[in-house]
Design a protein around this ligand. Structure first.
Ligand SMILES: C[S@@+](CC[C@H](N)C(=O)[O-])C[C@H]1O[C@@H](n2cnc3c(N)ncnc32)[C@H](O)[C@@H]1O
Length: 256
């Protein structure tokens, strides 16, 4: 039977803690630029995994909370915090049902996770509920494509890599999620990459613990794609390896 996203991630938490894609990225830096330098009381990362984004707020926030449905991910988060001498709060919960008081958090963030949520609309509504009035809600996530055919091919590759992948949403879908959550978008940037130069498919599959057979199918699908699809997906080839861009969007919104 297919594992749920939290079950899948619980089994491979160590791989994500050791992942260079998750440890740092241009979008984490960009998010800090967009949020500005001010000191904060409380920051919470939803679906934090090993919590690298949450930990990047340690110098700015008095309280850093990480929420994730996978207990082994939360153990990785606590360990990384402990290694850095930081105190954090780890909360096991689903993004769609946050056990956080309403109007309590300055900045609620989530990164590389909503594409796994069963109900992203509900999750964003929960993030908005937990944010203080005047607080910010920010999302960094894999970006889907407005062109349905390109979006479907991207989806096939993602599901082969990780069967718990639900959907990478396009920019227009994300605008709808923010509207439905009653949030006012301040910055909406699409077409970012988590890995300048791209991520080798072999490394992508190593991080995701993708079976060899699925990795073969990813390579076959890319080989069968048209030049237009390859260019549309931002795929490049080097020394017999395929590099994917890990395309993301960054959105920062305010709760009125
Ligand atoms: C790819 S990892 C990303 C972790 C982290 N945000 C980062 O950027 O490194 C996705 C995380 O989302 C968590 N997750 C998936 N669905 C979830 C849900 N519905 N509620 C809470 N956590 C969820 C998984 O357990 C996993 O830790």
């Amino acid at each position: 039977m297919k594992k749920s996203a939290p079950e899948h991630f619980n089994a491979i938490a160590g791989r994500y803690a050791a992942s260079e894609v998750h440890a740092a990225s241009p979008t984490i830096q960009r998010l800090h630029e967009l949020l500005g330098p001010g000191q904060l009381d409380t920051v919470c990362e939803i679906a934090c995994g090993p919590g690298y984004l949450a930990l990047s707020f340690a110098a700015k926030a008095k309280r850093v909370i990480g929420v994730d449905a996978a207990p082994n991910m939360l153990r990785q988060f606590e360990k990384l915090a402990g290694d850095r001498g930081l105190k954090v709060e780890a909360v096991q919960a689903l993004a769609e049902k946050l056990p956080l008081p309403s109007n309590s958090i300055d900045v609620v963030v989530t990164r590389l996770a909503p594409h796994h949520f069963s109900d992203p609309t509900k999750a964003l509504q929960e993030m908005a509920r937990a944010a203080k009035p005047g607080g910010r809600v920010a999302v960094i996530d894999l970006e889907g494509y407005e062109d349905p055919k390109l979006d479907d091919l991207n989806h096939e590759l993602e599901v082969l890599h990780d069967p718990s992948h639900v959907r990478s949403y396009s920019a227009s879908r994300w605008r709808d999620f923010f509207d439905a959550a009653g949030l006012v978008i301040g910055t909406f940037e699409s077409g970012h990459t988590e890995m300048p130069g791209g991520l080798a498919v072999s490394r992508w599959c190593e991080i995701g613990n993708t079976p060899q057979a699925s990795q073969k199918m990813i390579r076959a699908k890319v080989a069968a794609a048209t030049a237009e699809q390859i260019s549309g997906l931002g795929i490049r080839f080097q020394n017999d390896e395929i590099y994917i861009p890990v395309r993301t969007l960054v959105v920062v919104a305010r709760k009125d």
